[in-house]
Write a protein that binds this ligand. Structure first.
Ligand code: F0G
Length: 458
């Protein structure tokens, strides 16, 4: 008999999680005003709110925590991180930051000015936020295939080179400080970018004389997809692929809470010494001195170790196969989803799931609350609540796709948990025709409303 696939690790420490009753969840959800961010984590059985900072560190990472060097300047933990970044990405210089958006804040303080244009592939919210906060504009150049929920394309995170060229044609080059490429593209469903596309985008940027910055939160998952799906990379290691990817960038911002498998941390990597020196000033102001930047020595140690583990093929195969396992299970129940499945999450297509609910009643949020009621599984809405109101007209912005993201923490849940999640979602799907009304907003903040919004049932 052929031996089946199995995880590339075993479990050494466990954390108890508790199931609850439907009646309890009804009460808690009402108290949370139908906003899953307002729930206490102990009211959640399986938490798929995010894969960010929720991973399980390894025994090796924990052991490195014990030998962190907490010196203010010149700590060995800093030097280890510098070496690791040089080895993996080829960058000589880096700045530590406390998380990904802090890296964006520091780097964009240097590079983005009022009136600038920053093209990219479906910029992540905080990336877009840091661009728009500086009165600049983010232009989405993702390929059209990304907007078709089930059309197959191996690299749905790719940038459309014609759309990109159009941005250069209609704007002066002084207004385009850089192109941002998000690996994998979270906002388009955790979809990867091909090596060929990275190469082409880099060539376009050099032709016009601008930079390329990789938003790198899930760079290792992206490299895994290149190895599996792109011709010519099957025999290369993940680390070799990563090294090549970064030859097509000038700098990187990193949220280490994802593919570096730590609970907090981030950094900026630089190929250009002068850019590093200029950005250092902002790092010192916003984050901390250049050799710690908002992180303790032990955290930098765990991060360096996590980067090495996160770029091991066996780990990535286990991780991405678990996402696929959940996706295939849901598919066997005919649940509508984005395909191909993302690297870090499954995205449910809420409009197809609950077709009776009008868009004004927050379809995806309604679906996320029903999944919680069904099984105590917490997911996140990526729909009208997240899209927020137009800053000028104050009208709701209704995105093309209403999604519910089931993001899988790294090395945390087993495939029995996946079976449970799939069954909970399938049960909601089975009674979908009874779910005809959505939710109504009672109170909302002027920006980033999805975190604190209060709703009620219609
Ligand atoms: N870039 C991408 C692609 C991200 O997914 C995130 C965070 C960030 C930047 C910001 O990093 O959280 O460390 O400040 N994504 C989380 C998520 C929040 O749930 O997808 P951060």
């Amino acid at each position: 008999m052929e031996l089946p696939f199995a995880e590339s690790y075993k479990i050494k420490m466990v954390e108890t999680i508790k199931r609850s009753t439907r009646e309890e969840r009804e009460k808690w959800l009402k108290e949370a005003y139908f906003n899953l961010f307002n729930l206490r984590s102990e009211y959640v059985y399986i938490d798929l709110l995010t894969d960010s900072g929720t991973g399980a560190m390894s025994d090796k990472q924990w052991s490195k925590m014990m030998v962190g060097d907490e010196s203010y300047a010149g700590a060995s933990s800093y030097l280890i991180m510098k070496d690791t970044i040089k080895t993996l990405f080829g960058f000589n210089d880096f700045l530590p930051t406390h998380q990904g958006r802090a890296a964006e804040n520091v780097l964009f303080s240097l590079l983005v000015k009022e009136g600038d244009i920053v093209p990219g592939n479906s910029h992540f919210d905080t990336t877009k936020g840091h661009i728009e906060f500086r009165k600049a504009k983010a232009i989405d150049c993702t390929i059209d295939e990304a907007f078709h929920p089930t059309q197959y394309h191996p690299f749905k995170g790719n940038l459309d080179l014609n759309k990109l060229e159009e941005v250069f044609k209609s704007n002066s080059i002084e207004k385009i400080p850089f192109i941002v490429v998000t690996l994998t593209c979270n906002s388009s469903g955790g979809q990867p970018v091909s090596m060929q596309n990275l190469k082409d985008v880099h060539a376009i940027s050099k032709k016009h004389g601008t930079k390329v910055i990789f938003d790198s939160a899930r760079f290792a998952e992206n490299a895994y997809f290149i190895k599996i799906r792109e011709n010519g990379y099957q025999d290369k290691t993940i680390k070799e692929i990563v090294k090549e990817m970064y030859t097509y960038s000038d700098a990187m911002t990193m949220s280490s809470k994802k593919d570096a498998i730590v609970n907090m941390g981030g950094f900026i990597g630089f190929s250009d010494r002068q850019m590093y020196e200029e950005a250092s000033v902002y790092n010192i102001m916003f984050e901390g001195f250049v050799t710690y930047g908002g992180m303790s020595g032990r955290d930098m140690n765990a991060l360096s170790q996590g980067l090495m583990e996160g770029t091991e093929f066996d780990y990535l195969e286990t991780r991405i196969k678990q996402v696929e396992y959940l996706g295939e299970k849901l598919k066997s129940y005919n649940v509508p989803m984005l395909e191909p499945f993302g690297g870090h999450a499954i995205f449910l297509d809420a409009k197809k799931f609950l077709p009776a609910i009008p868009k004004e009643e927050y379809i995806a949020q309604k679906l996320a609350t029903e999944i919680y009621l069904e099984g105590g599984v917490r997911a996140v809405e990526i729909g009208t609540l997240l899209a927020d109101r137009d800053p000028v007209t104050r009208e709701n912005r209704y995105p093309e796709l209403e999604l519910v993201r089931l993001a899988l923490p790294r090395r945390v849940y087993t495939n029995s948990h996946m079976d449970y999640i799939a069954a909970a979602v399938a049960n909601v799907y089975e009674r979908r025709n009874e779910i005809t009304r959505g939710l109504k907003i009672l109170r909302e903040a002027p920006i980033m409303r999805h975190f604190t919004v209060e709703l009620e049932r219609l």
